[in-house]
Design a protein around this ligand. Structure first.
Ligand code: SF4
Length: 311
C-alpha cells in the first residue's frame, strides 16, 4: 500500500528548508564559511592534491576566505538580508575539513561564528576520519543551546571508488564515526553522498543508498558529481573519461532514491551548487529550480513521495 507523506508545506519530500521553517516559524538561511581549516587529503597526512573533484576545499561560491570568520558571517548575512529579507541564520562551516584541528581551536572558531543574536544554529561539514571525541563533545555541548548539525562526507560505500577519488577513508571508518557521533543526543547527523562517481554503476549507487538508509541518520545530502575547472577530474575528462549524468536520468534516479528514504530523514539537498564560471559539466546543474521542479513533477506523476518504498 502506498504510504503518503507530505510536509505541512505540501512538498513530496521533507526538505531541510521546510524543516527549519517548522522549527523556527520562518525561513532560516545558511551562511557558508571558510574558517581556515586544512584537510588531511591535502596537507600530506593522507594524500596531497585532495579528492579528484575538489577545488579549493569544495568552497561554496560567494565565500570570501580572505575575511575573518566574523567578517564572512556579517557579509553573508547582509547579502541575504538584502536579497531575501532574511532574519535568522545558521553558521555553516562548509569549506575543507571543519573538525580537523585541536579542540581549543575548533571551540574558538565555532564560537566566533555563534556570537551573534541572529545565529540560531551551527552546521559543520567534515570527513569521517577526523572526528575526535573532543570535537564530538564540543559539538554536543553547542547542541544544547543551538540547533547543531554534523555533516559527514561519505560519498559512496564503495572503498574502491573512494580510492580512485584520492579520498582515503573507508566505509568502515564512516560507520564507526557515525555510531560514535550518534551517542551525542544534542547532535543531528547528515550524510553527504555523490551520485555519478567515476566507474560506479546505478546498481552501486543504489547499494550505497540502501546501506545508508538503514543507519541511524537524521539527514541526507545528495548531489551529482560536478566537473570543476582545474581539478584532477577535469583532467580525466579531457582525456576522454566523461560519463556525465543527463538531467532526466538524474531526475529519475533521485525519485527512485527518495522513494526509499524513510520519511523521518530530512533532505538537505538534491542538487549541487557550483560557480557558473568554474562548472564544466553538467551545465544543467546550474538550473537548480528547474531540476527540483522536475523531481516534484515526476513524483506527482508516479503518485509517490519520500518513503513510499522504504522498508
Ligand atoms: S575531503 Fe573535502 S576538502 Fe578534503 S580534498 Fe576531499 S572534498 Fe576537498
Amino acid at each position: 500500500m502506498m504510504r503518503l507523506y507530505m510536509t505541512q508545506l505540501g512538498s513530496p519530500y521533507r526538505s531541510y528548508n521546510d524543516y527549519l521553517k517548522e522549527k523556527f516559524g520562518e525561513k532560516v538561511y545558511k551562511v557558508s564559511l571558510d574558517a581556515g581549516f586544512d584537510c588531511p587529503n591535502r596537507d600530506g597526512t593522507l594524500a596531497v592534491g585532495g579528492c579528484t573533484y575538489c577545488d579549493e576545499g569544495s568552497r561554496a561560491p560567494g565565500i570570501k576566505p580572505e575575511l575573518s570568520i566574523r567578517e564572512q558571517l556579517l557579509d553573508g548575512m547582509e547579502r541575504m538580508r538584502k536579497r531575501y529579507g532574511a532574519q535568522k541564520f545558521i553558521a555553516y562551516f562548509q569549506a575543507f575539513t571543519n573538525t580537523y584541528d585541536r579542540v581549543d581551536t575548533l571551540r574558538k572558531r565555532y564560537f566566533e561564528a555563534l556570537d551573534h543574536p541572529d545565529i540560531v544554529g551551527l552546521s559543520v561539514s567534515t570527513r569521517p576520519d577526523t572526528l575526535s571525541q573532543g570535537a564530538l563533545d564540543l559539538l554536543d555541548e553547542i547542541g544544547q543551546k543551538y540547533l547543531t548539525w554534523l555533516e559527514i562526507g561519505l560519498q559512496t560505500i564503495h572503498d574502491k571508488t573512494n580510492e580512485k577519488l584520492n579520498r582515503w577513508h573507508t566505509y568502515k571508518q564512516f560507520e564507526q564515526a557515525l555510531f560514535k557521533a550518534k551517542k551525542k543526543i544534542h547532535l543531528n547527523i547528515c550524510v553527504h553522498l555523490i551520485l555519478g562517481l567515476p566507474g560506479e554503476s546505478l546498481e552501486q549507487m543504489h547499494q550505497t543508498i540502501d546501506t545508508v538508509v538503514r543507519l541511524p541518520i537524521d539527514g541526507l545530502k545528495l548531489h551529482m558529481l560536478h566537473v570543476i575547472k582545474n581539478t584532477k577530474r577535469y583532467e580525466e575528462c579531457l582525456k576522454g573519461d566523461v560519463p556525465i549524468f543527463e538531467e532526466d536520468k538524474y531526475v529519475q534516479l533521485i525519485c527512485d532514491i527518495l522513494e526509499k528514504i524513510p520519511s523521518r530523514v530530512i533532505i538537505h539537498r538534491l542538487t549541487g551548487d557550483a560557480a557558473p564560471d568554474k562548472l564544466i559539466a553538467p551545465r544543467w546543474a546550474l538550473e537548480k529550480g528547474r531540476v527540483l521542479h522536475k523531481i516534484k513533477q515526476e513524483l506527482l506523476r508516479r503518485r509517490t513521495v519520500q518513503g513510499t518504498k522504504a522498508t
